[in-house]
Design a protein around this ligand. Structure first.
Ligand SMILES: NC(=O)C[C@H](N)C(=O)O
Length: 292
């Protein structure tokens, strides 16, 4: 039986977000430093102090590298990452895609600023630290502990703008990729809607996109103009991944008729069975970066 009764220390990486933010006299939130009293031995690494909605792939690479660096120390029992909620689904997935170590990596953050009269950050950090020290979480990949829930990063999406349990997840099986930076990889998301034309897809293709994620309708459907534009992309070797704007349920190519999911597959697109657009984009970028 695996022994896990020793607590050396936990690495706590801070990146900004609401958990580290306070509000000015106009009620506008801005990130500062995140500090907590914790009943565990914690080594704090201040990586960034940004709202996560302004993160780019280079920022996410920095988090991946910092997690890997923390885990190089065998005395480190696991990592907690404090992160804004807006793009937690992207960063936590990217770390998970490369995380080949049984020690837990747990993301958390907050919906309320640190100067709120009843902030949610302290309880979330406390729960995240406890999750890292829980031997049951070894080998589960990257987790998000937030608002009383413990969720796998793979399949995560932010499902509420203000509720304290802001996330949901539809986990899919983990496969781990060789670690590679994704900064510089260009993958674009195209939102589809009734009457959409090929302008956005053609513009991204002209801009040199390396991959396109379609946020399609229903179980993965659109119209014939989009199918033709997808065919032009895949003919040039630009991969196209189909997701949906519907938050829950499987995505599958079950319709024909010229613009259905089956037509998209005939045009060379591939379906993302579970991941929605934000995470499908990160997965495609990582696959392009690692040339899987
Ligand atoms: N609740 C939050 O953390 C939202 C914030 N805009 C962020 O993602 O950094």
């Amino acid at each position: 039986m695996e022994r896990y009764d020793r607590l050396s220390y936990i690495a706590l990486l801070t990146t900004g977000g609401t958990i580290a933010s306070s509000r000015d006299e106009n009620g506008v939130s801005r990130p500062g430093a995140a500090r907590f009293d914790l009943a565990a031995e914690v080594k704090v690494v201040d990586l960034m102090s940004k709202d996560s909605s302004s993160f780019d792939f280079a920022d996410m690479d920095r988090i991946v590298d910092a997690v890997a660096e923390a885990l190089e120390d065998t005395e480190c029992d696991g990592v907690v990452v404090l992160h804004g909620t807006d793009t937690m689904e992207e960063s936590s997935l990217l770390v998970d895609l490369f995380h080949d170590d049984p020690r837990p990596v747990v993301f958390t953050g907050a919906q309320r600023t640190s100067d709120h009269s009843d902030p949610d950050g302290p309880a979330n950090v406390d729960a995240a630290v406890r999750a890292v020290t829980d031997s049951a979480n070894r080998g589960r990949g990257v987790l998000v502990v937030f608002g009383g829930r413990t969720l796998p990063a793979r399949g995560l999406w932010k499902c509420h703008t203000s509720e304290l349990d802001a996330f949901a997840s539809s986990a899919e099986p983990r496969t781990v990729l060789p670690r590679s930076a994704i900064a510089g990889v260009r993958v674009d998301i195209v939102a589809l809607y009734p009457g959409v034309d090929a302008v956005a897809i053609d513009a991204y293709r002209a801009a040199g996109t390396q991959g396109i994620v379609l946020q399609a309708l229903g179980s993965g459907n659109t119209n014939a103009d989009v199918v033709a534009a997808v065919k032009a992309c895949t003919a040039e070797g630009v991969p196209v991944v189909v997701t949906t704007r519907v938050p829950v349920g499987e995505i599958e190519p079950s319709y024909g008729g010229g613009g259905g999911g089956a037509d998209l597959v005939d045009a060379g697109a591939v379906f993302s069975p579970v991941l929605r657009a934000g995470q499908a984009r990160v997965l495609l970028a990582a696959q392009i970066a690692t040339r899987v």
